[in-house]
Write a protein that binds this ligand. Structure first.
Ligand SMILES: C[S@@+](CC[C@H](N)C(=O)[O-])C[C@H]1O[C@@H](n2cnc3c(N)ncnc32)[C@H](O)[C@@H]1O
Length: 508
């Protein structure tokens, strides 16, 4: 049976989860999921969402103007002026601007819009999204502990999920998908584990809001099991979804809950079989090779090359086999890289990840890459990145720990020798799925060092987006820092698409 489901995306970020749903094609070729409303409070992420909502209006018939905009040939205003109807729909879908759930006026707008949407006849309804994670996340908690007088129970971010509950109560969707960081499993408020309470609340959102009645939901986890086991008769104790098991080239582990309204009886179908791990190089190998920049001094290809030669001198140590010829070869190769990347660069290398990822990621109409420009690094980091990437090449992809660094490359950091920052630098190894792309990449690139020593740099926004499985025609708005944050926050669309498939099979 075909259906046209309406999707509501809360805390939508740049829209990774929504992308997986809307791009999902059912076996009969139809696209059963339509986003009707996305809510996001951050301006640049909202602009990204709105542009993607605009793009979707055209179905398979995206006009040239969209690609002209991505290649910086026309402005966003010009693009929207060319297609006012689609621009207006995209604006309405994203509520006319950034909106903060929990803010009284914005909540009123969200709730009124939801009530107006319900009679629109979309059936079934799906609610997706995850309340923000700072308060749950392990890093967040470590930081919070340092805040004098911090009390978790007073932190409103703990309770932003009640905004999610309120929307559930109004919409009463057939299915919801809630994503969060794994810290949510162990987070405590007033000595009680928060996760148990969240599960209880989600199983009857209206009761959780202190009202009577309401729909009851059964909660399922999406962890792949044995081939013969049904998704719906697994014990629900294992909530952690490993993205790499879904063919995402990244070991991203997140809690994802699937809520199914209890009048819907799932067919006992079999699970998606666990995918083979996809290595980082499968999705990074076709991007143009570019050098990093030099920061803190004048940057030019010659200056950078000189800095690379100095970095090689600093790296000529026993930990790298003490073979100067290896480093000299890298410096020569680096000298051939002059560009730091352009606003738009054409596809010129073969995609190494095979089908169906090629079809998902590449867009021959766009014909290349946007958001692929390197950052600058100070000389000292350049030398460390060179050391790390060569070390990883010689050690089967493993990144060096602090004790493996020569003293000359040790950062001037009080804790460097304490072991606390033993893995402060991480190379994204060529032959393994990447480690989790987090919004920390916006701050520094130390955890996201490219495996190619000649490029000697941290990953670009487009590379991070590739590891997150965003299609190349997915454009991230805002400045580079904002783009990194958006990419790091998202659910990989390739994973989301498989969740959409589970939901489709459940409802059809
Ligand atoms: C983890 S990200 C969501 C990622 C998204 N599900 C995706 O797949 O791309 C959480 C988002 O919630 C947004 N956010 C935080 N607090 C918010 C609030 N009160 N109202 C609306 N959005 C909020 C953040 O700006 C961030 O973009």
């Amino acid at each position: 049976m075909g259906f046209k489901a309406g999707v509501i995306d809360l805390f939508a970020g740049p829209g990774g989860l929504g992308e997986g749903f809307t791009a999902y094609a059912a076996p009969n070729g139809s696209r059963p999921f339509h986003i009707e409303m996305s809510v996001e409070k951050e301006t640049s992420a909202h602009r990204t969402l709105q542009l993607r909502a605009f793009y979707r209006q055209f179905g398979g018939d995206v006009p040239d103007g969209y690609f002209d905009y991505l290649r910086s040939d026309i402005s966003r205003d010009e693009l929207f002026r060319l297609y006012p109807r689609e621009a207006a729909t995209a604006e309405a879908e994203t509520l006319g601007g950034p909106r903060a759930l929990g803010d009284k006026d914005d909540d009123r707008l969200v709730h009124t819009t939801l009530r107006k949407l319900i009679p629109k006849g979309r059936e079934p309804w799906i609610q997706i999204g995850g309340p923000p994670c700072q308060a749950y996340s392990l890093v967040g908690r470590a930081r919070n502990r340092g805040i004098k007088g911090y009390r978790a129970e007073a932190d409103h971010r703990h309770f932003l999920y009640t905004e999610y509950l309120r929307a559930l109560d109004i919409l009463q969707p057939a299915v919801f998908v809630m994503e969060n960081v794994k810290g949510i499993l162990s987070s405590q408020v007033a000595g009680q584990r928060l996760f148990g309470r969240i599960l209880e609340d989600l199983s009857n959102p209206r009761r959780a809001l202190g009202k009577r009645g309401g729909k009851v939901y059964r909660l399922y986890s999406l962890t792949p099991g044995t081939r013969t086991q049904s998704l719906f008769d697994k014990p629900d104790s294992d909530w952690l979804v490993r993205s790499e098991a879904f063919g995402v080239p990244q070991a991203r582990h997140r809690v994802i809950l699937l809520g199914v309204r209890d009048d819907i009886i799932p067919e006992p179908g079999s699970l998606i079989p666990e995918a083979y791990p996809v290595p980082a190089a499968a999705v990074l190998g076709d991007l143009p090779r570019i050098r990093s920049g030099l920061s803190g001094e004048e940057d030019s290809p010659e200056a950078w090359h000189g800095a690379m030669a100095d970095a090689a001198d600093a790296c000529n140590v026993p930990a790298l086999g003490g073979d100067r010829r290896l480093l000299d070869g890298i410096v020569r190769g680096a000298g051939r890289l002059t560009s730091r990347g352009k606003m738009f660069s054409r596809y010129s290398r073969n995609f190494r990840g095979g089908e169906p990822l090629r079809e998902w990621l590449r867009d021959e109409r766009l014909g290349g890459f946007v958001n692929h420009q390197s950052r600058g690094h100070i000389r000292a980091d350049l030398a460390r990145y060179l050391f790390c990437s060569v070390y990883a090449r010689l050690h089967d992809g493993a990144s060096p720990r602090s004790r493996n660094f020569p003293e000359s490359l040790a950062p001037d950091h009080a804790n460097w020798h304490s072991g606390k920052f033993a893995d402060r630098f991480k190379v994204q190894a060529e032959s393994q799925p990447a480690s989790t792309v987090t919004s920390h990449i916006a701050k520094d690139g130390h955890y996201f060092i490219h495996y190619d020593p000649e490029q000697c740099r941290s990953l670009t926004v487009r590379e991070a987006a590739r590891l997150q499985t965003f299609p190349d025609n997915y454009f991230f708005e805002g400045n580079r820092t904002q783009q990194y944050v958006q990419v790091g926050n998202a659910v990989p669309p390739w994973l989301a698409r498989q969740i959409a498939d589970i939901v489709y099979n459940l409802l059809s």
